[in-house]
Design a protein around this ligand. Structure first.
Ligand SMILES: NC(=O)c1ccc[n+]([C@@H]2O[C@H](COP(=O)([O-])OP(=O)(O)OC[C@H]3O[C@@H](n4cnc5c(N)ncnc54)[C@H](O)[C@@H]3O)[C@@H](O)[C@H]2O)c1
Length: 270
């Protein structure tokens, strides 16, 4: 009888897995029988999640403390050393700076965000590919809905997310001959510690959170578990996909609306 576990004995590596979307991916993959290495800079949260998901099973996990910005520290090897193979890389670790106009954004800040949000995906892909080619594995790069629709006062962030979509497509072409699929997962508004932190940086966090929920047709944020399910689908069942961008946004990008910024002159310059 076929197992109901959708990623049984497969091995995944998730970057930025100690909280938020990465945590959702770790939980769903382990629930489906996978062995998961996950990294982040937050040791306490990582260890806590590791022991919790290992208790729940049926898969297992290993937490790896690592700053993805520092190539020397990219300990992707720990996952392979522990579990012997690699079937899926989920590039997820990233950050959204508080709202900023271009006038207040330094070139150094832009470069630093490219390093964190984009170059780390490249490095993890590069070092994982020799292992993924052996298993006909796949890469899932977490971008964002804003790569398609844009976002106000977030130029560096939107640029990094757009580049991730392009990176996935280029890599999908090159890796097809090695049997490796490369896809992008672009979430809309997902309730995570990062979203909450961004709201707290605004003048009116409550209004921003309500606006975040109202942006979806179903009037709510997405959950980290729903993100885990999308990634599991791409890794496990979506075997005829490569180079796609799967948007999971509660319909946030649909429908015409009033976008005339001249009507409301309260912007962050004033
Ligand atoms: N939350 C959303 O609404 C949303 C929407 C679209 C895309 N995204 C993207 O999803 C990804 C995760 O976002 P989130 O909201 O879950 O964020 P989060 O801040 O809640 O979690 C981020 C995770 O990445 C880890 N991390 C951050 N910097 C790191 C570093 N230098 N080295 C290693 N680990 C690091 C953190 O420790 C944490 O585990 C990001 O790439 C983000 O751009 C989020």
């Amino acid at each position: 009888m076929a197992s109901s576990l959708r990623y049984l004995n497969k091995v995944a590596l998730v970057t930025g897995g100690s909280k938020g979307i990465g945590e959702g991916v770790v939980r769903v993959f382990v629930q489906n029988g996978a062995k998961v290495g996950f990294c982040s800079i937050e040791e306490e949260a990582g260890k806590k999640l590791e022991s919790e998901v290992n208790r729940l099973g049926p898969g297992e996990s290993i937490f790896i403390k690592c700053d993805v910005q520092n190539e020397d520290e990219i300990k992707y090897r720990s996952t392979i050393d522990r579990f012997g193979q690699l079937d899926c890389l989920v590039n997820n670790a990233g950050w959204h700076p508080p709202q900023q106009v271009i006038d207040d954004t330094s070139v150094e800040e832009f470069k630093s965000l490219i390093n964190l949000n984009l170059i780390n995906y490249f490095a993890f892909a590069k070092y994982s590919l020799p292992h993924l080619r052996k298993t006909n594995g796949n890469i899932i790069n977490v971008s964002s809905l804003v790569a398609t629709v844009g976002q106000s006062y977030a130029i560096p962030y939107v640029c990094t997310k757009g580049a991730i979509v392009a990176f996935s497509k280029a890599l999908a072409i090159d890796e097809a001959k090695h049997g490796v699929r490369v896809n992008t997962f672009s979430p809309g508004n997902i309730w995570t510690p990062l979203w909450e932190w961004c709201a707290k940086q605004s003048d009116n966090p409550e209004a921003m959170i309500q606006g975040g929920a109202n942006a979806q047709l179903n009037g709510r944020f997405g959950t980290i578990e729903e993100c885990g399910q999308v990634c599991l689908f791409l890794a496990s069942e979506a075997t005829f996909t490569t180079g796609i961008e799967l948007i999971s946004s509660g319909g946030a990008e649909l429908n015409f609306g009033c976008k005339n910024q001249m009507m409301e002159r309260t912007n962050i310059y004033e």
